[in-house]
Each structure stands twice: as structure tokens, then as C-alpha cells.
Ligand binder design. Sequence first.
Ligand code: CA
Ligand code: CA
Ligand code: CA
Ligand code: CA
Ligand code: ZN
Ligand code: ZN
Length: 460
Amino acid sequence: MSAQAPEVSLPQAATSAAPAMHHGADVPPPGMSVDDDVEPEALRSGDSPAIACAGDGESGPRVEVLYARASNVPDRYSSYLASFRTWVGDADSYFSASAAETGGSRRLRFVHNASCALVVHNVVLSPTGDDSFDNTVTELQAAGYTRDDRRYMTFVDANILCGLSGFWADDQPSLENANNHGTLYGRLDAGCWSGHAFAHELTHMLGGVQLSAPNSSGGSHCTDENDIMCYPDAPNYPTMQTECANAANEYRLDCNHDDYFSTAPAAGSYLATHWNVANSAFLMAGSPALTALAPTSGPLAGGTVVTVTGVNFTGATKVTFNGAAGTSLKVVSPTTLKVTAPARSAAGVVNVQVTTSGGTSPANSAAKYSYAGAPSVSSMRPTSGRLAGGTVVTITGVNFTGATRVTFNGVAGTALTVVSATTLKVTTPARTTAGAVNVQVTAPGGRSATGNTAKYTYKA
Ligand SMILES: [Ca+2]
Ligand SMILES: [Ca+2]
Ligand SMILES: [Ca+2]
Ligand SMILES: [Ca+2]
Ligand SMILES: [Zn+2]
Ligand SMILES: [Zn+2]
């Protein structure tokens, strides 16, 4: 029996002016055929992928999963439910791993129950409801699966085709893109039930691969393998180019992240200027998280440019220091940003948090910034020494933690050792003329003032 299904028309979204796209049913991935049912796959212990919990499990744009069979076909819902959840979890993990390749994080947002388990509806079609994609869509619509913020993916218990799904030929980068809202339906038949086929059909329903993409196949797929969405499809049957040779890349979206999915497209690149599935409303950006700050402290006056390292910084809108927003925020990459610390009235350690559309980073030990009071020198011993230098002076005062420099009339001493917040040792530099000089300590809180308690005398 041929795997070829008749061409089908996809439902037109009445609210969109974009032209609808349709193509023939996808051919089965290697090792699968339309006629041979995939065996149930139990939830794998240990590495069983779980979908992400998202809010109430229902509101907003979501992927909604169904099992459907014709009324004259035996019900295999219960024997496959765990498998459906495993395959869908696999598909979600492919999105997540693909986002991580460019320093980002994306999870699919599903309809789930109160325990965060994937909801899989059990739908009975008429005896002809499984005969074609159009029939299935018509019956699902009649059954009320018509929310305009859904991607309905149905595991159909039939052997008519491999997979087929709706897709809009709309490559505009705006979030108003037709692929980002409205209702679309996808169908996976029993010979192709798998995480790979689920991710493939769902990616079509999220807008990949547009015909304008650099490596377009000419038929809503791509030519730069290995890739979930690339294969030599109709009508051109193009020659594939192996640009991502790793076999695992057959389970990743967009080899080289240049055609339909990148969490961090370069400015001016194709995906920065056309529809990018990574921006889909049906995906959740991971929350930002911090791993390091540099420097980790600065003066109460603020003004310190802090480099923040972590993940998921794309689109960061705010960086706060104990709740007060920093200024001059510049997102350098998904993993690095720069921000200028605001002023603060009291010394102390504060939490630094980054906010993006994916959430606000949690407070953690790597995200602490210390506001230091200005250092001040109250005494030193000895208070005098030779012109040749080399005298070890013990200086007493406050706010010495993190001190980097002690100067004698502007010339740095050597062998600086910060003993405590109130004590440091430094070796005097040489000097040519005798007399008293100012001693100043530079620490995160600034530079100590000059004064009578901060004088050192060079003796001839
Ligand atoms: Ca039938
Ligand atoms: Ca390429
Ligand atoms: Ca492929
Ligand atoms: Ca590509
Ligand atoms: Zn066609
Ligand atoms: Zn396809």
C-alpha cells in the first residue's frame, strides 16, 4: 500500500488574511511505515520525559492532544495512553534541547491536568471520520475542538497516512503572524506514532518551514540535514546537504539555526527578520537564572557597570538590586548582560534579579551584590619609615574588604594583604623626598579620604 495520501485542503482561518498552505502527507521517518503500527512504549523509568507545568493547564495558547478512532475500530486508548505521554514528552525534549543549542530555553505549553500530566482526550469518530484528514478535522470541529488558541494534535488509530498538519505560508516576523494564533489541526496515524513525528507535525503548525528560508526544500521542509524538519519532499525532491552530521541532530530543530528556529538569531539574519518558531506563543521561554556577577561589589553611590552571567537573558527588560532597577541595561547575548548598579543608602548584600517575558530569576548565592561603605583610615603603625620604602605598615580603619590598592602620595604600595574589614597590611613604595604623605585605600566602596589620621612620614 502506498504511503501517499491525497492532497487535502487545510481549514482556512477566517480571521487571517494570510494564504493557507497545504502539502501532501509527510512520508514516514526511516524505520516506520504507514501500515505497521508502532508498539506501545511504556513510560521509561529514569529518563521518562515530563511536560512542563504551565498555569492552570488550560488558559492561553496551548497544544491540545487527542486520541481518535472510528466507531468501528477497537478502542486502544488505555493501552497507549502512557505511550502518548512518552512520545509527547520526547517531542517537548527536542524543543528544549534545540533551544539550548543557542543558549536559550523553550518548552511546549500543553493542556494538562491538575497534576501536570498531559491531557489526552479520547474521541470517537464516525466510521468515515478516520478516512481522510478533512473528515477528521470536520468531526473534531463538530465535537467542539475549535478554540482559537489551540494546536490540536490527534493520534488517529488508523493507517491512512503518516502525518499531516496545518501550516500558514506567512513569514512575517511579527507576533501577529498567522502561525501564532487561531486554530490548526494535525493528525498522526498509528504507523508513525513517535516523538519525532509529533515534533515534526507540530513544528508545521507553529509555522516551520517557510518557503523563504535559506535552506527551504520548496515544500515546507528543509535541505540541511540532520534535522527533524528536513527531508527530500515533494514537489522538488531536493538533494540533502549534511551540515549537522551528528545522528542526534535528526532529533533537533533547525540544523545551524538559520531557517526556522533560533532562540538567539544574529541581528539582520533571516530569522531575525522573518518568522521564527522559537518566538511562538505556544512555547514558553525558560526563566532567566544567574550564575555570576563581576564585580560582586561596589560603592553606595552606584554607577558600577556589572557584567551578569547566566541563562535565558534574551529580551531582558529589567535588572534589580534589592528591587531597585539598574540602568543602562544592555543584553549582550542570551547568557550575558551588562547593567549599571543603582545607588543605595545603606551598605549590605542585596539580591540581583533579571526579568524577562519568561519570568524573574530567583535569588541565589551567585546573584548577590554587595554595597560597600567608603573605606576610611583611622590609624597606622608604624607612622614613618625609610625613603627606600620596604616598610610593612599595618593600617586600621573600616570597609577594607575587597581593597585593591593602597597609595602613598599616589604611588601604590606593594604586597597588599587585607586581613579583615578593618585591618590591612601593605609595604611602602620608595620615595625621593622626605616628608609626610597622604595614604589612601581603594576598595569596592570607593577611595578613602585624606586627613591627619592617614599620614605617613618618609624620613631621610
Ligand atoms: Ca473508516
Ligand atoms: Ca545552512
Ligand atoms: Ca531529517
Ligand atoms: Ca537550518
Ligand atoms: Zn499541495
Ligand atoms: Zn512535514
